[in-house]
Design a protein around this ligand. Structure first.
Ligand code: CO
Length: 208
């Protein structure tokens, strides 16, 4: 994609928006009240808004390699805190995707330098679910399953945070784990039962 083309696209986008609604940017400038926080992968094929058919102002987005929720990552923790505590989103989604390079890298025994500590978190997911994963012979199926389990574990990590625990209890915040299939474009809901997860981890991770 050429850089100059981006500015041309931008001008076209502005005129298209104004054609259908002359007040569009005045309203956009007034503020945001998104109902959903989306935590997804940085992968260029998994565009948050487009795959959900969402418009500007509807989704608060955080993306990183392999859609991770890491408790000492100030970036994701700030996004989660701001979205849940201040924007008061009603839903938090962790969206993984098939053919995720981050998940694949964590399955390989290779030194990737600065990426090691980040990918370590995915290797920890593998270790937690090693029994199930090692019982899958087909490498592709194993890869797909690790994508699902990683998404699920990031939902658990979300539920380990005080701000999410409080919001679930006090105002019924909902947590979702989805996987986007890059081969079909389909979104799959993993049906994360966050109430049971919260109940299960309460003894150790109860912060509120
Ligand atoms: Co990815």
């Amino acid at each position: 994609m050429e850089i100059d083309k981006i500015f041309e696209n931008n001008k076209n986008w502005i005129s298209n928006k104004l054609e259908t609604d002359p007040d569009y940017f005045n309203q956009l400038g007034e503020g945001q009240s998104p109902e959903l926080l989306y935590i997804g992968c940085s992968d260029s094929r998994v565009t948050a808004e487009e795959l959900m058919g969402a418009k500007p102002g509807e989704i608060f987005v955080h993306r990183n390699i392999a859609n991770m929720v890491v408790s000492i990552d100030l970036n994701s923790m700030s996004v989660i805190n701001y979205a849940v505590e201040h924007l008061k989103v009603k839903h938090v989604v962790v969206c993984g995707h098939t053919a995720c390079g981050g998940v694949k890298a964590a399955m390989d025994s290779k030194d990737l330098g600065i990426l090691n500590p980040w990918l370590r978190n995915i290797r920890d997911v593998y270790r937690t679910h090693a029994k199930e994963l090692n019982s899958i012979e087909d490498e592709e199926q194993k890869y797909d399953r690790l994508v699902e389990l990683n998404t699920q574990e990031q939902c658990v990590n979300l539920i380990k945070t005080a701000v999410v625990q409080k919001a679930i209890r006090k105002r019924g915040l909902k947590i979702h784990g989805w996987v986007f299939d890059v081969h079909t474009g389909e979104l799959k809901d993993l049906g994360i039962d966050y109430d049971t997860i919260l109940e299960g981890i309460r003894e150790i991770y109860h912060l509120d």
